[in-house]
Design a protein around this ligand. Structure first.
Ligand SMILES: [Fe+2]
Length: 148
């Protein structure tokens, strides 16, 4: 009986190691965004997706969009990691990259994007990036691009 109790206790400790109960649940109730880009909190610096792309692009011509999580690159390990990065063109999903918790890959992705004139009727498109941290929830960042 003692061995069984010790086994259960050991499994409970392992579960707490991989799924800590100290995660701030409020971060999972909403889409988190950087509140003041000029004065980011440490949590915002490591979780707000940062999009790097040209300010102006030509319709029909491919360009690179890099998404990094975040301004200070988030660590990747079995207890705390970035699960995925998504890129939307306005409201339309364009791409998604999934990450594994082993820590081999940094939470960064570069997408090759082509915009059409139809995708930017006003001459502008908002690139929207999402990421999800297993402990700190779902985050969004955006960047406007002019399409000529
Ligand atoms: Fe995190």
């Amino acid at each position: 009986m003692g061995a069984l109790a010790a086994g259960i206790a050991r499994e409970t400790l392992a579960a707490e190691k991989y799924f800590p109960v100290k995660a701030d649940q409020s971060l999972f109730e909403t889409i988190n965004r950087v509140k003041d880009p000029a004065n980011k909190t440490p949590l915002e610096k490591s979780h707000g997706p940062v999009i790097t792309a040209p300010k102006t692009v030509k319709a029909g011509e491919p360009f690179a969009v890099e998404v990094s999580v975040g301004e200070v690159v988030h660590s990747m390990g079995p207890a705390h990691w970035i699960e995925f990065i998504e890129l939307n063109i306005g409201n339309e999903p364009a791409a998604r990259v999934d990450f594994q918790p082993r820590g081999y890959a940094s939470p960064k992705a570069t997408f090759t994007v082509v915009l059409t004139k139809e995708s930017a009727p006003s001459g502008k498109v908002t690139l929207i990036a999402h990421q999800r941290c297993n402990l700190h929830g779902y985050w969004e960042g955006s960047l406007d691009v002019t399409v000529t």
